[in-house]
Ligand binder design. Structure first.
Ligand code: AMP
Ligand code: GLY
Length: 417
């Protein structure tokens, strides 16, 4: 099978790593990729948001499957353009990707499907904003309706700040605050059949102890020893299957990866948000634990034959990933700094720990930082304590001037504090 992966972050590196280990995959290309992905896939330059260009590349490569990693190309209709060229795509249509692209659309689907989520109002005027803020009280949760790469959501005790954010958006969703630990649960679906993956937890704040600004995600781990063993079944029944059924009923079937961001509240599990693609950095730990070769699962989802796929097989291992971010992330990250220590990790820590690249590029013989999140150092172990020890041992070998990482990823779940 010839596979083309679209994107160039640590999530795509994790996808390409798994696909490169799959004996069914005879050729692997990634566009645009990054310096780490170049070690497992052949890179192609392409504008990932240009559907015609991606379709032309997939045709030229004779791809049997295109996997679209990030949300922006999905929402821009890249999946539709490739499907129109007759090539199976793992990733939803632009219409179905509105589940991530529009918070208001997601709320509407959840209401119709009876999916438990925060109560909310969609507001377009200052009067509606004031009424909604007062209806729920603090802490205020204000979400820009459109795609905002994780920056559109403000959660604050400060009413003026909440109001200012709301008035800066054309259309805004104001909702009830959900209290409780967050879980990311991914499911692969062909629009009818839904196959859940293993749950993971992401660390969204920049600093230890969940302090500092929201980021794209600073680390993740799986499994969740503290979670109810029935959680996956419950979310399948209450959230994932009803959502997939509702989108099909509307004539916009969702195929690809359905990501449920959940809050485990005192009153039950609630959806915080949906995403229409694999999460980053959770994918790094979920795929580290998946024993089933990935390509045929993704192809069956793309072709509508997911029911033919045998049950997924998981390792007993735990996995932890720690993100190394550049100086000043998430504000205006500094780029172009050389990264050292990658060869040491490969020599000393592989195969249990390895480095997945996010924002990196090659400059002559050097690998340099090229984005806010630079590396996602991933490790497996017999339990979370061992996996995190291996991950942090590898992190300590990496040298990147001014870089930052959290030191408490998975610490609490591993029973360390
Ligand atoms: P989202 O982009 O919707 O995932 O929101 C980003 C982050 O904001 C989430 O991961 C939560 O930490 C927080 N958040 C979003 N909605 C709520 C809510 N209703 N209650 C509490 N926290 C929330
Ligand atoms: N880990 C959060 C996200 O992928 O949106």
């Amino acid at each position: 099978m010839k596979v083309l992966v679209i994107g160039g972050g640590a999530r795509e590196h994790a996808l390409c790593r798994s696909l490169s280990l799959d004996p069914d995959v005879s050729a692997l290309h990634c566009a645009p990729g990054n310096a780490g992905i170049a070690e497992v896939a052949e890179l192609r330059p392409v504008d990932a948001l240009d559907g015609e260009a991606v379709a032309a590349l997939a045709t030229e490569l004779g791809a049997d499957l295109v996997v679209v990693g990030p949300e922006a190309p999905l929402v821009a209709g890249v999946g539709d353009a490739v499907r129109a060229a007759g090539i199976p795509v793992f990733g939803p249509s632009a219409e179905a990707a509105q589940l991530e692209g529009s918070k208001a659309f997601a709320k509407d689907v959840m209401a119709a499907a009876g999916v438990p989520t925060a109560r909310s109002y969609v507001c377009t005027t200052p009067e509606e904003v004031d009424a909604a803020l007062d209806a729920f009280g603090a802490p205020y949760v204000v979400k820009d309706d459109g795609l905002a790469a994780g920056k559109g959501v403000v959660v604050t005790e400060d009413r003026d700040a909440a109001r200012a954010h709301a008035l800066g958006c054309d259309r805004v969703v104001i909702e009830e605050y959900l209290d409780g630990p967050e879980v990311s649960l991914f499911a692969i679906t062909d629009g009818v059949t839904v196959v859940p993956l293993q749950p993971a937890q992401d660390f969204k704040r920049a600093l230890d102890g969940d302090q500092g600004p929201n980021t794209g995600g600073m680390g993740a781990y799986s499994p969740l020893p503290w979670a109810d063993p029935k959680l996956v079944d419950e979310v399948m029944e209450l959230v994932l299957q009803p959502t997939v059924d509702e989108l099909r009923r509307r004539g916009t079937p969702f195929s690809g990866l359905l990501y449920a961001g959940l809050a485990i509240t005192g009153r039950g599990t609630r959806v915080i948000e949906f995403n229409a693609r694999f999460g980053d950095p959770e994918t790094q730990v979920v795929l580290a634990r998946l024993r089933t070769p990935l390509a045929s699962v993704l192809l069956n989802a793309a072709k509508g034959t997911l029911a033919d796929e045998p049950p997924l097989v998981w390792r007993d291992d735990a996995a932890v990933t720690v993100v190394i971010a550049s100086h000043n992330y998430p504000d205006t990250p500094r780029t172009g700094d050389p990264i050292e220590g990658l060869a040491e990790v490969a020599a000393e820590d592989a195969p249990d720990a390895y480095v997945l690249h996010a924002g990196t590029r090659r400059e002559g013989d050097a690998v340099v930082s090229a984005g806010g999140r630079v590396l996602s150092v991933t490790a497996t172990g017999s339990d979370l304590a061992q996996a995190r020890e291996k991950a942090y041992t590898a992190v300590a070998r990496i040298r990147l001037d001014g870089s930052q990482h959290r030191t408490d990823i998975a610490a609490k779940a591993a029973g360390l504090g």
